[in-house]
Design a protein around this ligand. Structure first.
Ligand code: ADP
Ligand code: MG
Length: 290
């Protein structure tokens, strides 16, 4: 796996939660590389470690072991002061519950203003930036409204604007469409895509909505705290000039050469503990241990 020039690079990432005598391995050696300017969807069953991954990338949780780098920051060895700087300027984070992102008594523009005030941005610049961001997310008309006066979709778009206030390189969004109906969720997702394309922000979005993950070029699937597969989508032009989308699924190999063989493949050939591997000129075969 390359990734030296990538914006985000996680390798063999482990996060163990200890609650009393019980140990939960939320991440069990996860690998992830995200290039600058990419938009990546992360999918996986509930409990597979998606929120844990995002909290680590957001700098709000620390990994137990492995490697995690975002931009020039090593997330395993950041000082407290660096962590504050990192959270303020490198990443923007949109949390899983819409309400957790907003302050009930502030208007949309006051909420976008707040992180800039904390960072010491001058007043005229703050006003310009918050107007620009709310406009870019299609909620310019909601600037004077409080969360209670906004629809679910508008609340989420304001939350995205707040997360982008200090011009982070990366936007992390944890199931931003989870509580929304299909039409509203498509709108919020379109907002994320605009942010990615027009503002050049790298986006990592967790979703369990297949319709949403179908709209990004790369989807990373997490299973049991590990990256299990990736789907890459590209647009191809047919002979008649029409375009269509090709989606290809890849298994993910870690640095030690381990890959996970999908369950349906294993069952189809009754692959169990040992398999036969053979190197061919341009591929590898895996056969049952007959
Ligand atoms: P997802 O977002 O994919 O649903 P999470 O990252 O929230 O998954 O959780 C992964 C696993 O870690 C789950 O088994 C969950 O119960 C456990 N977990 C998450 N946060 C904590 C915590 N603070 N303390 C103990 N266990 C946790
Ligand atoms: Mg979650």
């Amino acid at each position: 796996m390359s990734g030296d020039g990538a914006l985000i690079e996680c390798e063999s990432l482990v996060r163990i939660y200890q609650t009393g005598p019980v140990e939960v391995q939320a991440l069990q050696g996860l690998d992830l590389v995200v290039e600058r300017g990419e938009m990546v969807a992360v999918v996986g069953a509930s409990g597979s470690g998606k929120s844990t991954l995002l909290s680590i990338l957001a700098g709000t949780d620390a990994p137990t072991a492995g490697r995690a780098r975002v931009d020039r920051w090593n997330l395993l060895s950041m000082s407290r002061a660096d962590r504050v700087r990192y959270r303020r300027h490198t990443v923007g984070f949109v949390r899983q519950q819409t309400a957790a992102n907003l302050v009930p008594y502030l208007t949309a523009e006051q909420m976008v203003d707040l992180p800039m005030t904390v960072a010491g941005v001058p007043g005229h610049e703050r006003r310009e930036r918050s107007g620009e961001l709310l406009e870019a997310l299609g909620v310019g008309g909601c600037a004077k409204r409080r969360p209670g006066q906004l629809s679910g979709g508008q609340q989420m778009r304001v939350a995205i604007a707040v997360a982008l206030a200090n011009r982070p390189h990366v936007l992390l969004a944890d199931e931003p469409t989870g509580e929304l109906d299909t039409a509203t969720s498509a709108e919020v997702f379109a907002g994320l895509r605009d942010v990615n394309r027009e503002l050049g922000v790298t986006v990592v979005v967790v979703t369990h909505d297949p319709a949403v993950s179908g709209q990004v070029e790369r989807t990373v699937a997490i299973r049991d705290g590990r990256t299990s597969s990736e789907v890459l989508r590209r647009t191809a032009t047919a002979d008649d000039g029409g375009t269509h989308i090709i989606a290809e699924e890849y298994a993910v190999m870690d640095r030690a050469g381990r890959i996970q063989v999908p369950r349906d493949y294993r069952e189809a050939l009754e692959l169990t503990r040992r398999v036969r591997l053979a190197l061919e000129p341009d591929h590898i075969t895996i056969r049952p241990d007959a």
